[in-house]
Design a protein around this ligand. Structure first.
Ligand SMILES: Cc1cc2nc3c(=O)[nH]c(=O)nc-3n(C[C@H](O)[C@H](O)[C@H](O)COP(=O)(O)OP(=O)(O)OC[C@H]3O[C@@H](n4cnc5c(N)ncnc54)[C@H](O)[C@@H]3O)c2cc1C
Length: 490
């Protein structure tokens, strides 16, 4: 991970110290891809044995990210006699669960739409369940001895322009209306007491958030699941899911319940190309900052940090005192293509670096040690869902957009309850009646409309953000609102 502060800039084009080109370890020591910094930090795992021939189970789970692993965990805890098999194409945590920004927080994609569809109270129940989920993950990590670098400092979202401040106030009021009575609104001075983001004019803080080391969490969870007696097969891609069957090149696993937990990779499954759009998110991480640098930044509370830009950023102060910062980058690849082990375009790295030094000008020149990307799943209506089709035994959970670290846990407990209800082991629960259970939505449009729609959305966001930054007094952009409507986001 180490590298000297380098003057050469071979790929990024602007001022990212060290320079970055695509293709692994590069000049100045900046690592690009390699799945994620979190794996560079904690080590890539030894792979578990692949499937070796046909098999049977009571429940087969496709995908070994947070959703699949939490589902296996809660099902096995509830019914230890169940034979549960998890099939993972690479290794557990290969996807977004091993690459994310480590915001374990109470956001859930689609809540406002669920309020419109099912009423405000139903959405309040979903929100309360999400608030509790943050504590549930912290509790289970502790109970299972998973040291995931968890620090519960809440989430701080800052506004840096008048238009962002207007959105922040609306956002804050909306969150209060969903029962978040413990959320606080700060002016510029109070914000600066927590963190010195240049130009910050206000912030909204919620206690319902924690910083985690994503890979330590997913590795610990996989180990806990295995210790419970769940069978995990890695290096085992599922090529087709159909009722009672998960088909792989090495054999088929037959089970009454087949649960799809493949999030941003779902499009690669037969018949699912237009189900959830694989959206990219990209991150950089700095070298560890010195105490003197931290004095210029503040951030003693180690809150998860975000902003109110249309193309928003997210960041955490890591356990070893780096800044890990993410944003959208290249939003989507034509034809729902997904991934290249996290390899990230140099323009995206430059863009993220520019955000970093715009937020913290005193860090100009700070070294970037690693850059990576991952995919998240976006349904056509941008609403996360948990569904079990009782006629086929096929289930799925996901479509979390960018908010899946905590949501996957709530989704997994909901899937557990739906399976238990369907198999007669339990009745309906508070979770099975949450408004996202059983929600269905139409597919995305064929190409090139998908590509045009998503790239148009982010072009509109960037233009709106630029306008808001450069024209003091600019109102929240109409263009961004229109783009939201066209792409189904709001
Ligand atoms: C860069 C980035 C930053 C993010 N930051 C945050 C954040 O800070 N906070 C937050 O709440 N959310 C964040 N997210 C989103 C969050 O990480 C995800 O929503 C969450 O991890 C989803 O978990 P999952 O298990 O559903 O999906 P994944 O973690 O993607 O797991 C799916 C698994 O299924 C496997 N798989 C896929 N297809 C097949 C197949 N056909 N056969 C077998 N296995 C298969 C994959 O290899 C993968 O391991 C971020 C996402 C990214 C990419």
């Amino acid at each position: 991970m180490s590298s000297g502060r380098s003057s050469g800039s071979s790929g990024a084009g602007t001022g990212v110290p060290g320079g970055v080109v695509n293709g692994g370890v590069v000049n100045g020591g900046v690592v690009n891809g390699g799945v994620s910094f979190w794996y560079a930090d904690d080590g890539l795992p030894e792979r578990r044995e692949p499937l070796s021939g046909d098999a049977t189970a009571d429940v087969v789970i496709v995908g070994g990210g947070y959703t699949g692993l939490w589902t296996a965990y809660y099902l096995k805890k509830a019914a230890p006699f169940l034979r549960i098999t998890v099939l993972e194409q690479k290794f557990c945590g290969y996807g977004a669960s091993g690459r994310n920004g480590g915001w374990l927080y109470n956001g859930v994609a689609g809540r406002d739409r669920y309020a419109k569809l099912h009423g405000h109270d139903a959405a309040v129940r979903l929100q309360r369940a999400m608030n509790d989920t943050v504590d549930e993950v912290v509790r289970i990590a502790e109970a299972e001895g998973i040291d995931a670098g968890i620090h519960k400092g809440g989430v701080l979202e800052v506004a840096c322009t008048p238009a962002q401040l207007a959105r922040l106030k609306t956002f804050h009021e909306t969150e209060l209306s969903y029962g978040e009575k413990d959320r606080e609104l700060y002016g510029a001075r109070e914000t600066a007491e927590r963190i010195r983001v240049a130009d910050a004019v206000g912030a909204s803080w919620t206690p319902h958030g924690a910083r985690v080391h994503p890979v330590k969490l997913v590795k610990g969870l996989a180990a806990a699941v295995e210790a419970l007696g769940v069978t995990l097969h890695e290096s085992t891609p599922v090529t087709e899911i159909r009722p009672k069957h998960a088909v792989t090149p090495y054999g088929t696993v037959r089970a009454p319940y087949v649960l799809r937990c493949t999030e941003g990779f779902t499009a690669a499954l037969k018949g699912a190309r237009r189900t959830w759009l694989p959206m990219n998110s990209s991150m950089i991480v700095t070298e560890p900052l010195t105490e003197a640098q931290w004095r210029t930044v503040g951030w003693a509370g180690r809150e998860a940090l975000g902003d109110m830009a249309h193309a928003y950023m997210y960041a955490q102060r890591t356990a070893d005192d780096r800044i890990a910062l993410g944003g959208r980058g290249v939003p989507y690849r034509f034809g729902s293509r997904t991934d290249n082990d996290g390899r990230t375009q140099s323009e995206t790295i430059t863009e993220l670096y520019d955000i970093l030094v715009r937020f913290f000008p005193s860090l100009t020149g700070v070294r970037v040690d690693h850059a990576w990307s991952g995919v998240l799943g976006v349904p056509r209506d941008w609403c996360a869902t948990v569904t079990l089709d009782r006629s086929t035994g096929l289930g799925w959970a996901g479509g979390y957009v960018g908010s899946g670290v905590a949501t996957a846990n709530l989704a997994a407990r909901t899937l557990r309850d739906l399976v238990q209800q369907d198999s007669g082991q339990a009745g309906a629960t508070d979770l099975t009646s949450l408004p996202w259970a059983g929600h269905r939505v139409r597919k995305w449009e064929p190409e090139p409309l998908r590509w045009l729609g998503v790239h148009g959305l982010y072009a509109a966001y960037r233009a709106a953000d630029h306008r808001e930054r450069t024209m003091p007094g600019a109102e929240s952009s109409r263009l961004a609102r229109l783009a939201d409507r066209v792409t189904g986001r709001h």
